[in-house]
Write a protein that binds this ligand. Sequence first.
Ligand code: XMP
Length: 319
Amino acid sequence: LWTPDNIIADSINTIRAQVGNDKVLLGLSGGVDSSVVAALLHRAIGEQLICVFVDNGLLRLGEGDQVMATFARHMGVTVIRVDAEALFLDRLQGVSDPEQKRKIIGNTFIEVFDIEANKINAVNWLAQGTIYPDVIESAGAKSGKAKVIKSHHNVGGLPEHMRLKLVEPLRELFKDEVRRIGIELGLPAEMVYRHPFPGPGLGVRILGEVHREDAETLRRADYIFIEELRRADLYDQVSQAFAVFLPVRSVGVVGDNRQYAHVIALRAVETIDFMTARWAHLPYEFLDLVCRRIVNEVPGVSRVVYDITGKPPGTIEWE
Ligand code: XMP
């Protein structure tokens, strides 16, 4: 029977037979797929699993700590955390073209991951969170963006010299099956039912050039939006929600002073396949609350706007 229990038992046997006593390396992103792979491999081979978590400085608020708490502290998984914020931001300096930014972030990730992999003795296997839709997608025609997604998320573009053999235990599963397995393996529902987050992270949600302080501003605004969505029980009703940092200034009044500060756009969509999407008709009262909190609590923001563009004609992300 095709139950989460059976899939797990089956995968564990397969993984053990496949890797024996070898060490397995996994790039842990905090996303659903790599998280479930981590939990599954940990159950199957324990300390033979070594995860690398790269903090590129473009993650959501507290994300790195959360990953470490869930995997390293609670589950006892070996996770190497790499603080690479300075390197990523340095590489992104002066770059405003979105595709260029995606490329730089993807390549820098591979570079950092490769350096970490080389520090570990005798790793033979690379685990990947490839799921069935990824397999189908790579078999068909690929858009430029799809390739970037693959190479970043699933580390498809690793240098030849690493020559690691692949372990892909989710290769035959659909997303909902992956989620059920994640729950069965004891991952928090909050992590398993998380909205998708792009590999380049906030790098494509800060329009144009990426600056550290703008990333900080965006992180705080985004956190408030998501926190309120959860509080209002709206998080699971939308497919993806996030804040976008607009590098324009608008006038606002703080205390008695007029100040020119930045604009935050909020985006929330409902979709089945992410190919088309409807903007989420969130309650006005809710949007009002989120706007007030962001303007009051996040320095450097004077105005909040809500994106009411569908896909098409818009895309879900702003870049
Ligand atoms: P768009 O903006 O193309 O987004 O309507 C569709 C879905 O893809 C995600 N997305 C990305 N994911 N790397 C990723 O890993 C990327 O460069 C990228 N660009 C968009 C987006 O968040 C949405 O879920």
